[in-house]
Design a protein. Sequence first.
Length: 134
Amino acid sequence: MTQAEFLILKDFDLAELRSYEQAKELAVDMLKKWLTKYKFKDWTVHSSTGAAVTNEEKEARALDIANKLSDNNVWKSHGRPIGIQVLKDELHLKIIDFEEDSELSDIIGEYYDALTEYIRGHKFRFFFQTRLFI
């Protein structure tokens, strides 16, 4: 630990530090569940071997991705965007780039525009999209 880090941490509230750790753990856990349930739902066969993919393998892969995404030694900042090419190349995720599909891009653009207009029209400060809203 450097002297600068010590000076910052010496007056730091340990309860606040623990709340940050818990928030990170929650994010990793939620991403693991989401990837396993939704992103990997159709991943049934390993592309390299042809062997069946088990749920444990899906969970392990999801946990690996979640841990890599939460590694601040790699990303340096929470507010920095991670590009689609990085997700494909470094995390080896299969991603559909809707910008390459003009029909899908148009549909998403129309939905985004309509939703933005709805939010502005109702002067919502916050809006959370859920399945129940559609």
